[in-house]
Design a protein around this ligand. Structure first.
Ligand SMILES: [Zn+2]
Length: 131
């Protein structure tokens, strides 16, 4: 077997004569996203905002559900809950949110929008840190 001196040392398939029929383990099949549902602008904005929010919340030490309602999952399946449905939010509104587990998020989402907004406002007001 010839030693591969290629710049990509993991690529052992350059020379077919040395190909032993099995791919090296470092060849991971990349999951290519299909173009059926192109990512919308809103989703892209939210993805970017969400990344920043995760960093911020972690830095502030808010790493568990802020709602802590009945049957709260505490640190499992956490996400951000907003005052309104995301499609109704502007980019600035994206930062107005609380960290909520899936369970609590569903509970408050089932409430009327004004009530949900009030719950979120209250939590933000009582927080030890501000955005
Ligand atoms: Zn919770």
């Amino acid at each position: 077997m010839t030693q591969n001196t290629d710049i990509n040392p993991w690529d052992t398939t350059e020379n077919l004569s040395s190909f032993n029929g099995s791919f090296p383990k470092t060849y991971k099949t990349k999951k290519v996203k299909k173009g059926i549902n192109p990512v919308g602008k809103k989703t892209q904005e939210w993805e970017a905002a969400r990344k920043e929010l995760i960093k911020l919340f972690e830095a502030k030490g808010t790493t568990k559900c802020e709602l802590q309602l009945e049957h709260c999952w505490k640190t499992k399946a956490l996400g951000f809950a907003h005052r309104d449905k995301r499609r109704n939010l502007s980019v600035d509104d994206l930062n107005i949110c609380i960290l909520a587990c899936n369970q609590c998020h569903s509970t408050i989402e089932a409430k009327p929008q004004e009530e949900m907004a009030k719950i979120i406002d209250d939590i933000i007001a009582k927080r030890s840190w501000t955005m």
